[in-house]
Design a protein. Structure first.
Length: 556
């Protein structure tokens, strides 16, 4: 019946399998009523970025139930959780999560409740900020699980993940290439590792998930991690570093709590890491493994409660002919170049500044961020065109604590990373496509990891907004989101100079529910979307239906 009512082309096997699993899992979950009474999350295991618990704690802060704490440097070190956990038990999920965080006496061991996720796209790949999975056409599955232990200052979270995607066939944008090269990025096919599709076969990816080891030292934590992280205040469109590509292996050092310098308090995080490339890298990919250095600092001025001001710097580099050098770890703190007259050819830098101002008494936060690529020719270029190669995001969130104990949330966010007007007429183009944010001229992998952007995909030369609402209640959460994303205005093979004649745009409506039952966190999402002028083909309008289901814990 659905096929008759809607113009949707479903990969038959994947769609039927998904529906079967949906039915079986929900029957099992809602009929079993006496087992698995443990909470769905324990503070002792650590807090992963983008988890349901983390999002909930940010809402509690605005509701005045969590102390004020900077929220723009994530993930949080385990010892930092003391400053962001609820001070009282008067909140909707008080029976669903264990917020106790007592220091370990001896060896403390525990299991991280496993997560199984299923997602199906009917017509084209659709997904954003969903971790390390590739949400291609057809069925996608994710499984994550593991355990943790604490011993004195040492905290280890071991939670690897594995994902599989059916990776069904769909119409690709014409990038001017054929064969396997047709899978390359449609905008800069030779110079960014961002495939439109990961080959013709099923796509399997193994990752470190939310695994990390922290060693607590006086005032700071150091360690090694493969977990996702997010810098800046954005909810939907992180500009510099977010969860879209999942985590990559990195060493880090970060403050555990704001350092009080009287006039200001500051939080900071420094990383040195190794993002990987996809199995379909561009032809001109550099030799040697890329490495990155980055740092983010968040400042809280004295006497201005709730205000966070911050900045971040992020450098992609390729080892020189002499190979990797120890001093490369400190690249972030050095001068601009080896040659004082120009930037290094084999590196690319990005920087951002941001703010977040929260008012718990009013239940409101406002925030914004600006990120800049370092492609500035000279001082005059900076003065004339400060918005060239620039992305910006602005948003707000309002929380109401209702008399029945529920929390209602209204939020909105917009991102703008459109190509600067001067780029629309061939000046500084690479071939015929205008240069856009996160394209790296000297590091041909671009701002990516494993073939996906480290930032929000919408910020790759696009524009978007999201308006949504949440209702938190004792049994879970209801969410509705409406969004628009301008994907592209330019084609890699269009040599015209008159600017865009049409736009590739997606409108989407997301309905999501989280249900806690017997210690299991169930999540279901239903997202119809309409892609107008898909692949910049006029009136090539394609409807896609995304169905998602995840289960955190075991229903037996």
């Amino acid at each position: 019946m659905l096929r008759q009512l809607l113009p949707i082309s479903f990969p038959t096997a994947g769609y039927q399998l998904l529906l079967s699993l949906l039915i079986l899992v929900f029957i099992a979950g809602f009929r079993i009523g006496v087992f698995a009474q443990d909470p769905t999350w324990k503070a002792r295991e650590g807090l992963s970025v983008g988890s349901e618990a983390e999002s909930y704690l940010r809402v509690l802060q605005l509701a005045g139930k969590v102390p004020l704490h900077p929220w723009t440097v994530r993930g949080f070190a385990p010892r930092a959780l003391d400053g962001i956990l609820p001070a009282s038990a008067e909140h909707p999920w008080q029976a669903r999560m264990d917020f106790t965080l007592e220091p370990p006496t001896g060896l403390d061991l525990g299991w991280i409740r496993p997560t199984l996720g299923l997602l199906s796209n009917s017509a084209y790949p659709f997904g954003e900020n969903d971790g390390g999975i590739w949400a291609g056409r057809g069925l996608t599955a994710l499984v994550e699980g593991g355990g943790f232990f604490r011993y004195g200052p040492l905290h280890l979270r071991l939670a690897p993940e594995a994902s599989w995607s059916e990776n069904g066939n769909f119409g690709l944008a014409d990038n001017g290439y054929s064969g396997s090269a047709a899978y390359w990025d449609e905008l800069h096919p030779e110079t960014i590792d961002r495939p439109q599709r990961f080959g013709e076969e099923d796509y399997v990816r193994m990752g470190m998930g939310s695994s990390a080891v922290h060693l607590a030292l006086p005032g700071i934590s150091v360690g090694l991690s493969g977990a996702g992280q997010q810098w800046g205040p954005a909810l939907h469109y992180p500009l510099l570093l977010g969860r879209n590509a999942g985590g990559f292996l990195h060493a880090f050092g970060q403050t555990d709590s704001p350092v009080n310098l009287w006039a200001i308090r500051f939080n900071a995080r420094y990383i040195f890491g190794w993002p990987t490339r996809s199995d379909f890298p561009p032809l001109l990919l550099e030799n040697g493994r890329r490495f990155i250095t980055g740092a983010v600092v968040s400042l809280t001025p004295r006497g201005v409660d709730g205000l966070e001001l911050g900045a971040a710097r992020f450098i992609h580099s390729v080892p020189t002919q002499g190979g990797f050098r120890t001093r490369d770890v400190l690249r972030l703190f050095m001068g601009a170049t080896d040659d004082s007259s120009k930037n290094r050819i084999t590196e690319n830098q990005l920087a951002s500044v941001f703010f977040r101002w929260s008012f718990p008494k009013a239940g409101v936060e406002v925030y914004g961020e600006v990120v800049k690529d370092d492609f500035s020719r000279d001082l005059r270029h900076i003065i004339e065109e400060p918005d060239d190669m620039l992305g910006r995001v602005f948003g707000f969130q309002k929380v109401w604590a209702r008399s029945d104990g529920r929390l209602a949330v209204l939020r909105a966010e917009t991102v703008n990373a459109l190509v600067h007007h001067s780029e629309r007429f061939d000046r500084l183009r690479l071939g015929s496509s205008p240069l856009r944010l996160f394209y790296n001229g000297g590091v041909h992998q671009g701002h990516t990891h494993a073939g996906q952007l480290l930032s929000s995909p919408t910020a790759y030369g696009g524009f978007g907004w999201t308006v949504g609402g949440d209702l938190y209640h004792a049994q879970g959460r209801w969410t509705i989101d409406f969004s628009r994303a301008l994907q592209s205005e330019f084609s890699a093979i269009d040599s015209g100079t008159d600017g865009p004649e049409m736009s590739d745009v997606i409108y989407a409506l997301k309905l999501e529910a989280v249900q806690f039952r017997n210690g299991v966190e169930w999540k279901a999402a239903f997202t119809p979307s309409l892609n107008l002028n898909r692949n910049l083909v006029r009136e090539n309008d394609v409807f896609n239906l995304t169905i998602g289901l995840s289960m955190g814990g075991l229903p037996w």
